[in-house]
Design a protein around this ligand. Sequence first.
Ligand code: ADP
Ligand code: MG
Length: 374
Amino acid sequence: MREVKALGPDDYPDIKSEHCIVKRLLTKEIWDQLKDKKTKTVGHTLEKCIQHVLTLDDQHIGIYAGDCDCYTDFAPIFDLVIRDYHNVSESDTHTSNMDYTQLKGTIAEDCPILSTRIRVGRNISAFGLSPGITKEQRLELVELMKGAFDQLPEDLQGKYYPLPGQPGGMSEEERVQMVKDRFMFVDDDPAMKYGGMHRDWPEGRGMFVATDKKFLVWVNEEDQLRIISMQKGGDVAEVFARLSRGIKSIEDYIETKGKKFGVLEKYGYVTSCPTNLGTGMRASVMVELPGWKAEATANKFDTGKKYLQKFFNDNKMGLQARGSRGESGGETGCMYDISNMYRMGYTEVQLVQAMIDGVNKTWELEKQKQKASS
Ligand code: ADP
Ligand code: MG
């Protein structure tokens, strides 16, 4: 890893990502006010929060929190970034609603959905977030989670797999297969690497998988926990219902052990990346869209993902298009991951609803495009 020289007392950070939000909003005045502060939970500094953009030149945001305290201790910059990115105002507060029975309608029967997945990021406030968590806290989290997994409702029961190279860890073949099956995370994201999230890799990292593979928990990746519900087909309500049961079971358990998920009144659930604050939720479907892909190529877009994203933005649908191999992976064939773009300013139910409605609209147009080209 390229070493970046630590800043001296009079230095102002040289942010390499020219277009990131932090570069635009950070001022010398804010920097001077915050530069010597250290957070209580893990002693994080503002310099550490922005360390990845002192190297990387292609980032959009430019700041990660190293513990929950960062959002209050470094509020003069985090508040500006959060309001800018999420388009929320100073007086907004966060409301959560996971009542899946309030969803209206579902994804059209004939829409070729490979699978549906909803995940949330959750972090225990007593431990650092991924960029700042200590080695000891990481391992303590794993032990705590093993207890949480053991007491899950019967249908969510399964097995915890540490990453290869740790005691009781999965084999390299198992890891590769789980990545292929889209269950497992990979360590290929430069922002996470330069943001300090890969320290001591693979220690303390692993994944819980339910026996039926419909409920998963990533441990010590970008967030301490990514709680995931997924299954084949497009039954979003079933996926959502399972997720909320799983979250509640884990939350109830950690509370019996005197721990709590980090929540801020203004910003909702705490996550290491300010883009995930709020619900911490991303609800996605994996869907094949050959008509959209063909049109993207005809319109000289280098990826179908960009073409779809333009459609979502132009129509203010609040959706994001990703390729079939995750945020940092590539686009294969005409398979897209379509999910809610926002995490904050809306309840979970509203965000899932936006995904359902948007996918239906995209599918209607897909059918027209296929008809036109046949
Ligand atoms: P996250 O927002 O959860 O970090 P990523 O974009 O990093 O998501 O993707 C994580 C993994 O989940 C990738 O392998 C991705 O292809 C997979 N994935 C996302 N949505 C779905 C879905 N609806 N069905 C199956 N796999 C999915
Ligand atoms: Mg990710």
